[in-house]
Design a protein around this ligand. Structure first.
Ligand code: AGP
Length: 606
């Protein structure tokens, strides 16, 4: 939800913070700020404003700032509107801090510690600063421990104390913080994208530990006063993967990376032609001992789960449910020790998914996470983890993370079918062999981007769009609809094609745009009937289908022929095509494709 960074060392801290905030801006971008500490101590200099990091750079640029210690923040507003006063850092007495999360009892705390009259903002974070200041008597550890005992909610705080000029402190609960030593100082951030250019090793700050960093040292102390050693992890992606690499937007770069990401992941997770999860220590017992599967996820990750559900039901013949993580625990889910819960998340920090996972585990379920970010909260909470290894995904709209989740679900289904005896070894190898043809098919879709760009021109002025499909195509239509909504702001609804007749068809009139996905051979005849139903009512149909269907339906349809792979895998080239469609509509409308209004890449509030 917000981006946080802190640095203390030999480098000019303003540049380290601003450069890092630019890399973290995908986490939240309605305002930004830094607090810079003078070597001599005293109150840090705070520079902050509503707007982007580029605006903050202008605010800081005029000043010759030589400080070498400071903290920074990019905000996604939760409490209080978007304005300079509500931007972080917040200063209160001896304390200056930045915060990611939500303090639920902020009003109670404001009253209890008589803060209300002294506040300058409408944020929960400034109230937290007031409580830290209330408890600060010169010992940061003691102050942090006492303050945290008063807080309800989620938080990652990064704190400066006026009389500790070159030290930075941090404490977290749920919201993420990573930290690292670098050759020229120590630093911390919300995630590794902001530190990858300075170091190849980092650690996740454990919850309810006080982190203290200065120019040379890192100290971790738990709330029993015991010092603990950081558990270091390797940054396993090339630096350029968190930079634009010449593309106009991260989204276009990340779409282009999809074939290689999927090919590499399939290579890494197969051995002798069979799916192999031994490197990640995922045992077959997880697959053979369960009697049902429950996927919990949000957004695109949930849509990947829907496609996975189609595959698993088809080949495993066991009940597979997909639950919106934000709804899961409030809907009396039926979960027990025979359930395998699969938490799907690119960031591994989505709090709805994390809480759903914890709830399922509490009710006896075995857990498996499908995650992109190593060491993330959901990865650490899960009994077993399969990483998509898609590299950093900076664009808010998920593309390569989503398709790598789809590919992983294909591999996971094959391994489960093999382990449970639904597939022989030869059938499993044949399945995997076909799956390895997908990256080439996605390359072909990307090569057809000009055709898709042309199709985008036909819907760019639309106010409402329907996206329809049957079976797995319906889950692809849902994902395509989400992509279009979140980057182009066009209202779009995904419908199961067979459902249109039960009401929505009333909305199909002359020139209503309808995007139809038709890739499942056994459903094609019905899908074609539904396409003809909407065409007969005047709809402008854009068809994403196999070449054979395009040829048959070329009358009154604008189409894009998808490369032909095994039906179960058609979701991948189809998804890539719909991503490009959304991308071109948004970029041709002149929007900031990577940072859509109101959104953030990681949703760490419920
Ligand atoms: C994807 O385009 C969206 N930005 C969003 O729906 C995202 O998939 C969702 O917030 C889940 O995020 P996660 O995968 O990091 O858990």
């Amino acid at each position: 939800m917000c981006g946080i960074i802190g640095y203390t060392g030999k480098r000019k801290v303003r540049d380290v913070l601003l450069d890092g905030l630019e890399l973290l801006e995908y986490r939240g971008y309605d305002s930004a700020g830094v607090a810079l500490v003078d070597e001599k101590g005293g109150e840090p200099s705070v520079y902050k404003c509503a707007g982007r990091v580029a605006d903050l750079r202008k605010v800081c640029q005029e000043k010759e700032l030589a400080q070498t210690c400071g903290i920074g923040h990019t905000r996604w507003a939760t409490h209080g509107g978007v304005c300079d006063e509500n931007a972080h850092p917040h200063r209160f007495g001896q304390v200056t801090l930045v915060h990611n999360g939500i303090i639920e009892n902020y009003e109670e705390l404001a009253a209890k510690y008589h803060l209300t009259e002294k506040l300058h903002s409408q944020t929960d974070s400034e109230i937290a600063a007031g409580v830290f200041d209330w408890f600060y008597k010169g010992d940061p550890y003691d102050c942090i421990k006492q303050t945290v005992s008063e807080l309800k909610g989620t938080f990652a705080f990064v704190i400066l104390f006026a009389d500790k000029p070159d030290k930075i402190y941090s404490v977290r609960n749920v919201s993420p913080i990573v930290a690292a030593k670098t050759p020229e100082g120590t630093m911390l951030a919300s995630d590794v994208t902001a530190i990858g250019r300075y170091t190849k090793k980092y650690f996740v700050v454990p919850e309810y530990h006080v982190l203290e960093i200065d120019k040379e040292n890192i100290t971790l102390t738990d709330f029993n006063g015991k010092q603990t050693e950081p558990e270091y992890l390797d940054i396993d992606f090339a630096l350029n993967m968190s930079e634009k690499g010449g593309f106009p937007f991260y989204m276009e770069k990340e779409m282009a990376e999809q074939p290689k990401v999927i090919a590499d992941m399939l290579e890494e997770k197969t051995k002798d032609g069979l799916p192999d999860f031994s490197k990640e220590g995922v045992p077959d017992e997880l697959f053979t001992d369960c009697e049902n599967v429950c996927v919990v996820a949000c957004g695109s990750a949930m849509h990947a789960g829907l496609a996975g559900q189609s595959m698993m039901k088809k080949f495993l013949h066991i009940p597979v449910t997909v639950e919106l993580a934000s709804e899961f625990m409030y809907n009396d889910p039926v979960v027990d020790e025979k359930t395998l819960v699969i938490a799907v998340s690119q960031s591994g920090e989505t709090i709805d998914t994390l809480e759903a996972l914890k709830y399922a585990k509490k009710h006896g379920a075995k857990s498996l996470a499908v995650i992109n970010v190593k060491g993330s909260s959901i990865a650490r909470e899960s009994g077993a983890v399969l990483y998509t290894n898609a590299g950093p995904e900076i664009a808010v709209a998920s593309t390569k993370a989503y398709t790598s989740q789809l590919a992983l679900f294909c591999l996971l289904t094959a391994r489960m079918a093999y382990a449970r005896g639904n597939f022989t070894a030869d059938e499993t190898r044949a399945f995997v062999q076909d799956l390895k043809k997908v990256p080439t098919a996605m390359e072909q879709v990307l090569a057809g981007k000009d055709r898709i760009h042309h199709i985008a021109g036909r819907i760019i002025e639309a106010k409402d769009i329907f996206m329809i499909g049957r079976g797995m195509d319906y889950s692809i239509a849902m994902e395509g609809s989400l992509k279009l909504k979140e980057v182009s702001y066009i209202h779009s609804e995904a419908y199961a094609s067979g459902e249109l007749k039960h009401g929505p068809l009333a909305l199909i009139t002359e020139h209503t745009p309808v995007v139809a996905v038709a890739t499942q051979g056994r459903l094609l005849s019905k899908e074609i009937s539904n396409i003809r139903e909407v065409k007969s009512r005047g709809a402008d149909v854009v068809l994403f289908a196999k070449q054979s269907v395009i040829a048959e339906e070329k009358e009154g349809c604008f189409g894009f022929a998808l490369p032909d792979v095994r039906d179960e895998f058609m979701c991948l080239p189809a998804a890539a095509a719909l991503q490009l469609l959304a991308y071109y509509v948004s970029s041709d409308k002149g929007f900031d494709v990577d940072k859509p209004r109101n959104l953030a890449k990681v949703v760490t509030v419920e």
